[in-house]
Design a protein around this ligand. Structure first.
Ligand code: NAD
Ligand code: UDP
Length: 319
């Protein structure tokens, strides 16, 4: 039985990856310090013999017993309001955290896949973004703590590949959504759906002309699964190229939820990227991957999930 360590396993993406690898017959070890994660995302796995949970901060020395074949490093705050609240921990998990994972991988002779991000492209001047674009990041701006941690993480991972011959993979994830996001994590989709459910106005930052491209979580997990098992060490974009302005996105959520609330405009956060769309040519060519779930279907499934949560969860305070 192949054994895999998933850091950030109690988070949104980490928990879906735990589900997928358990289903594929792996022995899954999830490690998380719960700083932005939630045990409710993985409690259904606790009774399984091929699942273990370690509550631990991966920025500190990591050890797991026994053989280890793969490590997925997904631990990191991911939402702008989270990483602005805990900037130092964000920098540490992207630097010390990956160093610990790579060290463990050398000892165990395991393959490492890291969760990088479209944020390595910053506020991009190339559109859509291809993997060979180096990005446009403000290192000392508010988002620098996340963007630079992820850029460092890529550099560290590539160095272990080049100098130690470690097997590594880098996925650059574009905005992904789905069940188990935290309604109060500040990202645009849970923000809008949470506001609709609570009967509040939807908050658009800036004039809403900025764009994003939203990928449904099942598609992302399939892309990550294929990349892990591929032999490709360079970064690969995984995301859905269907691009939309935030204003149009708010209109879609209003229609989907049937809310009679209106939109209100708030200040645009500093360094908020103006546009974002993945070029997925590489993923298509190397992994034979492309997204299957369109936004209408993905949003419907995600809304159903949030609507069916116990109502007190709609009102939970931000972590
Ligand atoms: P999330 O906040 O739901 O999950 C992150 C998890 O990491 C949480 O469970 C948190 O408790 C854990 N964590 C954070 N610091 C830790 C530490 N020091 N030690 C142990 N655990 C720690 O966010 P997510 O959306 O699931 O993101 C997961 C990963 O994917 C992150 O690395 C993020 O940067 C990356 N990513 C996500 C997206 C997206 O659209 N969701 C886009 C790009 C990249
Ligand atoms: N956004 C918004 N209203 C909100 C939350 C976010 O208009 O309540 C905007 C935000 O300014 C950004 C876009 O939606 O332009 C996506 O934001 P998110 O935090 O989801 O992700 P990221 O900026 O990291 O892509």
């Amino acid at each position: 039985m192949k054994r895999i360590l998933i850091t950030g396993g109690a988070g949104f993406l980490g928990s879906h990856l735990c589900d997928r690898f358990v289903k594929e017959g792996y022995h899954v070890m999830a490690m998380d310090n719960l700083i932005t994660g939630d045990l409710r995302n993985i409690e259904h796995l606790f009774k399984l013999p091929n699942f273990e949970f370690y509550q631990h901060d991966v920025s500190k020395f990591i050890h797991v017993p026994g053989e280890l074949h793969y490590i997925l490093h997904f631990a990191s705050p991911a939402s702008p309001i989270d990483y602005l609240k805990i900037p130092i921990q964000t920098l540490k998990v992207g630097s010390l955290g990956i160093h610990n994972c790579l060290g463990l991988a050398r000892v165990k002779n395991a393959r490492v896949l890291i969760a990088s991000t479209s944020e390595v492209y910053g506020d991009p001047q190339v559109h859509p973004q291809t993997e060979d674009y180096w990005g446009h990041v403000n290192p000392v701006g508010p988002r620098g703590v996340y963007d630079e941690a992820k850029r460092f993480q890529e550099a560290m991972t590539m160095a272990y590949h080049t100098y130690h011959g470690l097997e590594t993979r880098i996925v650059r994830i574009f905005n992904t959504y789905g069940p188990r996001m935290r309604l109060n994590d500040g990202r645009v989709l849970p923000a809008f759906i949470g506001q609709a459910l609570r009967g509040e106005d939807l908050t658009i930052f800036g004039d809403g002309s900025q764009t994003r491209s939203f990928c449904y979580v099942d598609d992302l997990v399939e892309g990550i699964y294929r990349l892990l098992l591929s032999d490709y060490p360079n970064p690969v974009n995984i995301g859905n190229p269907s691009e939309i302005t935030i204003k149009e996105f708010a209109e879609e959520i209003i229609k989907l939820t049937g809310t009679d609330q209106k939109v209100v405009y708030k200040d645009l956060p500093k360094d908020d990227p103006k546009q974002r769309q993945p070029d997925i040519t590489k993923a298509k060519e190397i992994l034979g991957w492309e997204p299957k779930v369109d936004r209408a279907e993905g949003l419907k499934k995600t809304y159903e999930y949030f609507k069916n949560l116990p109502q007190e969860r709609w009102f939970e305070e931000a972590k």
